[in-house]
Structures are given as structure tokens and as C-alpha cells.
Design a protein around this ligand. Sequence first.
Ligand SMILES: [Zn+2]
Length: 243
Amino acid sequence: MPETCLAAVLNGSKNSLVPAFSRLAVLILIAALASTSCSVRQGGAMHAQAVARARKYDLVDVRRTVPGVQIDLRYGTRRHVAGRALYPAGMPCLLRQVTAEKLRRAQAMLAAQGYGLRLWDAWRPPEVHLLLLHYGGRTGMFQNIEGGWSRHSGGLSVDATLVDQSGHEMRMPTGFDEDFEHAGETYTGGDPDIARNLTILQRAMRAAGFSTVAKEWWHFDDADFVNQGQRVIYASELGIPVL
Ligand SMILES: [Zn+2]
């Protein structure tokens, strides 16, 4: 909230008949709004700077490159294994240019069938991957770096699910980063709707140039880079703070 607005509200409340505790509640609310507004502004500035720096590493803003895609970066929320946000407000969703173009093809194929993609993760800074290993290492959900960095860290992988035209998530084998025993690429649960939804997602992603992995139905790699080395890009290189 601009300082002038803050002053006006404070002055207005001074001479009113509002009880002291109500004025205190108003002040707390104002402080919260000012803080939120400030973090949104900072997030916007960080986002713009990170997207600009990302070009040097051939990473592009997925929101701009893939029309219609939904983005719900779960590591920017509490809804994952760490239970707290690891991405800051304004975290950009980035992928290598060629990978983003494949994703655009997959999104277009799905849109023609009345569906779309929701992304749960794309480029994942190595700093965040290490935090996820710390919090979720025992689950086996996160690749140990002894075998090399995750391809997310090079902007070559996405975690995605299927949504309908209204943006509602279709039923899938498991939630994101959940129930690893039942999260394989081949669904064996016996529910025909889930099997059909998974097939629709996998067909579009494979046709667009992605490959699947055995243990995670939501994970897709750019097939052209599966057997190649990669350049990982750190959050610090893009000026992104890790929380
Ligand atoms: Zn993944």
C-alpha cells in the first residue's frame, strides 16, 4: 500500500469512534496488505530479471511460449514433501527453448481434444533439488546426484498432468510426488477412466517428443537429450533466491 494511502487511513482512524481494539485490527490488516503488496512487487521484479537472464542459458518463459498451458509450480507452495515453499514468489517457469517448443506441440494436440496441460515443475534449480533430497531422500522420489543432476536442473524435463477445458485436473493414478508404489508410468489399478486419462497425456507428450520414466507418471524428459550431457543452471545465476 502506498505511504499516502497508509497515512490517510491512519489519520482517518485517529478521531473516529472505532474502539481501540478495532483500530489495532485495522493496523494489523494494513501492515499485512502492505507486506503482501511489497512481496508481489519484489516477485514481479525478480521474475522479469530472471527471465531476462535466462535467455543467456537458452531458457525461455513457458507461460509465454506455450499458449494455454496451466502452471502450478508445487515447490512454490506447501503442497509437497518439504511442507514449505522452496521457490520464491514470482518464480518463473522455464524450459530450454527446444523443450518448450515440444511442450507447445503437446499442449496444442491436447487442446484439439478438449484437454490441456498443467505443469507442476519444469526447470528446477540444483539448489532446490538438493533441498528436496534433504526433505524427501528416504522416499526415493528424488534422483540422487551421485548419478548426475536431474534433467529438471537443465530445463529439459517437466512434471505435468492433464486438465479438462475448464482447467479441472483429470483423475490420474496418484497425486504429484505421492504414493510412489502406485505412481508408475503403467497404470495397473483397474479404473478405466484413469487408464484412459493417462493414455491421453502420454500419447500427446510422446508424439511431441518427450519420453516417460518407469517410476513417475507425471515426469517427462525431452527425448532428444536423454542420452546427452547437460548444462545445469543454478538459481543464483538467474538472481533467484532459494527459500
Ligand atoms: Zn520430474
